[in-house]
Design a protein around this ligand. Structure first.
Ligand code: C2E
Ligand code: CA
Ligand code: CA
Ligand code: CA
Length: 278
């Protein structure tokens, strides 16, 4: 073996150990976080592109780590998925979002949709029942809830998937197809699914208006969504050029830093009654 090769093996071992230690640290940390209630939700407004009215919010998880500060879901969701801790975490998210909806409902605020992200592991036969129980436990109208699912979940087995989705939408809960355009599903699948909203992934919004490919993809998704009678929302809208383009193309809603970052619950509560000036 050459020196170079053994050197790189040694490096590989060190890296591997670091990765494994990092994962174990996260895993035990997340178990503790669930017990000690270290997770919290931020709410990012979804805004009507024509009126500026806040139509809903996406609930986005954060972890207030006692030593490491606020940790983003990008750092821990994939490890949570590998270890099945995601089931407990997403159950916590659903429960917390519904509890918050109950607070707003009791305050006399008109229902707007709180969108909760569903991980692939969670998308099983029991999902509709878990959603039903969460609504019942918190005594909220189903109009409060929307689930964001991704294309890859729909590819697993189409018939089973349609059944799960129909059981959810039959309750009055809406479904959005998240990160749309990044998966590999055949578009013909779209016809079969009881989806309310297509959510254009941020990666296609980023290059608007200079990147002609991004412009073409975003407009194609918007026009297809309209013709299929779906609503369409763009995520990651950061500037006025993107906003103007999307408005011109007929996009219904936008979400992104241009209007608001994800907000803590108190700030979001203040915002609900107001319109965002466009
Ligand atoms: P996502 O579902 O695609 O959520 C959108 C992400 O884009 C969020 O990142 C949001 O903060 C960010 N974002 C929103 N507007 C802008 C913008 O204008 N510019 C840029 N650069 N980013 C923007 P976040 O909160 O870090 O979440 C990352 C991902 O983690 C989410 O991607 C979602 O897949 C996952 N995630 C977040 N919360 C949960 C959860 O409760 N459960 C599960 N299973 N996954 C979650
Ligand atoms: Ca999402
Ligand atoms: Ca996305
Ligand atoms: Ca996503």
């Amino acid at each position: 073996q050459s020196e170079k090769a053994s050197g790189s093996y040694a490096f590989y071992d060190v890296e591997m150990n670091r990765l494994i230690a990092g994962r174990l640290y996260l895993e035990s940390g997340m178990r503790r976080a669930l017990q000690r209630d270290e997770f919290f939700l931020l709410y990012q407004p979804k805004v009507d592109i024509h009126t500026g009215q806040v139509l809903g919010a996406e609930a986005l998880i954060r972890w207030a780590h006692p030593k490491d500060g606020i940790i983003s879901p990008i750092e821990f969701i994939s490890v949570a998925e590998e270890t099945n801790l995601i089931l407990q975490i997403d159950a916590w998210v659903l429960d917390t979002a519904c509890a918050q909806a109950k607070i707003w409902q009791d305050a006399g605020i008109a229902p707007f949709r709180i969108a909760v992200n569903v991980s692939a592991k969670e998308f099983t036969d029991s999902l509709a029942e878990r959603v039903k129980q969460a609504l019942a436990r918190h005594q909220i109208s189903p109009h409060w809830l929307e689930l964001e699912i991704t294309e890859s979940m729909l590819m697993q087995n189409a018939d089973g998937v349609v059944k799960i989705m129909s059981e959810i939408t039959a309750q009055g809960v809406k479904l959005a197809l998240d990160d749309f355009g990044t998966g590999y599903s055949s578009l013909s699948y779209l016809k079969k699914f009881p989806i309310d909203t297509l959510k254009i992934d941020r990666s296609f919004i980023q290059g608007i208006p200079d990147d002609i490919d991004d412009c073409a993809i975003a407009s194609a998704i918007i026009s297809m969504a309209k013709q299929m009678k779906h609503r369409v929302i763009a995520e990651g809208v950061e500037n006025r050029e993107q906003f103007a383009f999307l408005q011109k193309m007929g996009c219904d809603e936008i979400q992104g830093y241009l209007f608001s970052r994800p907000l803590n619950v108190d700030v979001f509560s203040d915002l609900i009654s107001k319109k965002i000036s466009l």
